[in-house]
Design a protein around this ligand. Structure first.
Ligand code: TK8
Length: 349
């Protein structure tokens, strides 16, 4: 269960945690037990997921793998559940060098690499596996190249899943049902565009504020993969779930390029290998947890399965707008998605 925290308390914790981090550098720092070994390296990893969420478990797997592969020479210190800031704030901290690495979200990453928002084009992917097949090739290379010029070295794209809509006002069957609802979105221009197109009132808000926002009625609903809805107990404050799968998001795993370039090549190899192995573990946890949670939600929420074709048609203008803004990347991405669509269509639903 996610204990709802008041914004003021969160602000204080955040400030204190970051102030503590500022003194942590590459080399030794004096502790109560005397100086640390000078050859040990500590790397701080921030993320926004709740305990038990596959992103949180994947971060623990990464920590364990790095320790094993480096014979405990490299220590990953994890600060999860937005304890050092929202996704947006953590991207800023990595850019500023006060945080080393973050497993973040697509929207906040796209404020630095605008093309990344296109991964969330409505109904681009049939399933998460379809997205993995597209992302793990030249698409990741393209986005990683762009990120490098903005100070972020990409270690992988983890799975944030296919997104569905919950709300406390009415069951959603057709696109028109979404009109007029106040829907919380991440700090993500694509999601805002999609919900505006559907006639909703999209309201960006940090994920950590969402439980209270829903409970207090500041917003009517939100959209997220069921795994995130479940691990943060959002279903406790929502009545309806519409299985729209309207967009896909990945979780970019990034380290600041300055920190990356300062690391010994052998340590970089350890980190790269651990990141890939932990990503595989995280992705399979997402898939197995999703299945269990869909089954549980059928019992406790009012669940609808809207016709995706109607929603796809209603959101086509979103594709046109983003094609105009990023023609080259749009073509590369949609061509890759189309070429792999047929083999992933069967397993969809
Ligand atoms: C939690 C967020 C969440 C994202 C959102 O860190 O904000 O809705 O889907 O996963 O990253």
């Amino acid at each position: 269960m996610l204990p709802p925290r008041s914004p003021s308390r969160r602000g204080v914790l955040r400030g204190a945690a970051l102030a503590g981090l500022a003194g942590v550098g590459l080399s030794a720092c004096a502790g109560g037990d005397g100086p640390r070994r000078t050859d040990s390296v500590r790397i701080i990893l921030g993320h926004g997921a709740a305990p038990g969420n596959p992103r949180s478990d994947g971060a623990l797997a990464f920590q364990r793998l790095v320790a094993e592969k480096s014979n405990d020479e490299v220590e990953i210190q994890i600060l999860g559940q937005e304890s050092v800031g929202s996704d947006t704030e953590m991207m800023v901290s990595v850019a500023a060098g006060t945080l080393d690495m973050t497993i973040n979200s697509q929207g906040p990453f796209s404020s630095y690499v605008p093309e990344a928002a296109l991964i969330g084009l409505p109904f681009l992917f049939e399933t998460s596996q379809h997205a993995f097949a597209v992302l793990d090739g030249e698409i990741q290379d393209s986005l990683a190249g762009l990120a490098e010029t903005k100070g972020f070295h990409v270690l992988g794209f983890w799975d944030n899943g296919m997104r569905d809509i919950t709300n406390s006002v009415r069951p959603l069957e057709v696109p028109e049902d979404v009109a007029g609802l106040k829907i919380r979105t991440p700090d993500d221009p694509m999601t805002i565009d999609i919900f505006r197109e559907l006639g909703a009132n999209p309201t960006p808000m940090a994920f950590g504020e969402l439980y209270l926002g829903l409970r207090q009625g500041a917003v009517d609903g939100q959209e997220n993969p069921v795994v995130n809805i479940h691990s943060s107990s959002l279903h406790e404050v929502q009545e309806h779930l519409a299985v729209t799968g309207h967009k896909y998001e990945m979780n970019p795993f990034v380290i600041s390029t300055t920190r990356w370039e300062g690391l010994d090549p052998a340590i970089r190899t350890v980190i790269e290998e651990a990141a890939v192995e932990a990503q595989q573990e995280q992705r399979s946890l997402m898939l197995s947890q999703s299945e269990e949670i869909y089954a549980e939600f059928e019992e406790i929420l009012q669940v609808t399965h809207p016709d995706r074709a109607l929603f796809r048609e209603a959101t086509l203008p979103v594709h046109e707008r983003w094609q105009q803004q990023h023609p080259e990347f749009f073509d590369q991405l949609t061509a890759a998605a189309e070429s792999l669509r047929a083999e992933h269509q069967e397993s969809a639903s």
